[in-house]
Design a protein around this ligand. Sequence first.
Ligand code: FAD
Length: 312
Amino acid sequence: MTFSILSRPLSAPIQLAQTQTLIHTNTSLADYTSYRVGGAAQWYTAPRTRDDLYVIFDWFEKQDLPLTLLGAGSNLLISDQGIPGLVLSTRYLRQSKLDLETGRITASAGEPIAKVAWQAAKQGWLGLEWAVGIPGTVGGAVVMNAGAHNQSTSDCLINAVVLSPDGTLETLTAEELGFSYRTSNLQGDRRLVIEATFQLKMGFDRQEVMAQTSHNLHHRKNSQPYDKPSCGSVFRNPTPQYAARIIEQLGLKGHRIGGAEVSHRHANFILNAGNAKAQDIFHLICHVQEQVQAHCSLLLEPEVRIIGDFSL
Ligand SMILES: Cc1cc2nc3c(=O)[nH]c(=O)nc-3n(C[C@H](O)[C@H](O)[C@H](O)COP(=O)(O)OP(=O)(O)OC[C@H]3O[C@@H](n4cnc5c(N)ncnc54)[C@H](O)[C@@H]3O)c2cc1C
């Protein structure tokens, strides 16, 4: 029998029958995003197992409430007003399997993409060495088509298993996922990535692949600010130009609104430089956009996913 979530007392967590996972109310999302800002989710859950996920997902679909999907929260700016409905994170669905015969890795949605990259490197397999240092999950990497060093998820992804709102599981090929620069056709819809399979290139020298992977990590740590909360690059590059270069040339490095600051180290990073509100970060994003539009007649498009109400 289905009962309405709206009839539940607001403070009590729910545990559905035959699941191990609690569904919490009024949960601060600042704890679950790399920006460390954002208000509360009306409901928040991070299923511990796939079976729990299926039950919770099905139950919430029947409640007809807004649904927001989260991986590690490393590319999200969530409003200080919070988010209505359910926020569901796949961060605990962690498992990966290497096929030593074929060079394929199948990883669950919550597996850190950087961990999968190191697993591949340790085998001497090429294809994910760009992904070290990206603080997101496999699910987030698929949805965002994450990338670096001129490579991206779509270059080595074979397929992803996706759960649809009607409860069906589908295996979608890279083509069906509609990848382009930092996006896929899963962005912003209610389909949930369960796992993904990557094809790596085998037969390379293990030490060399490890060295390349370490080099990428060091390069990233030397050129990007990892010491303060951020979402990585805020804007997509307006290829063939680089957003960071344009922002730097306009003298915007170090520009602050409240606790939000354009990084001195990398101008496409907007940092939470201490006690920033999501609203400060949002206003600084808008300010940079306006300056670039006014001086370069170019609209920088945010790569960061901006979620919730910023109208206040
Ligand atoms: C310091 C730093 C450096 C970064 N460097 C890079 C970089 O070099 N290259 C790059 O591409 N990105 C970079 N990023 C951004 C970010 O790490 C990537 O976009 C990452 O792929 C996001 O993964 P996530 O799990 O954190 O996703 P989230 O931020 O949680 O979510 C991102 C989007 O994916 C959706 N989503 C997440 N998981 C699922 C799922 N299982 N099913 C369906 N939808 C889902 C969300 O709804 C949202 O729309 C960086 C971020 C930081 C903080």
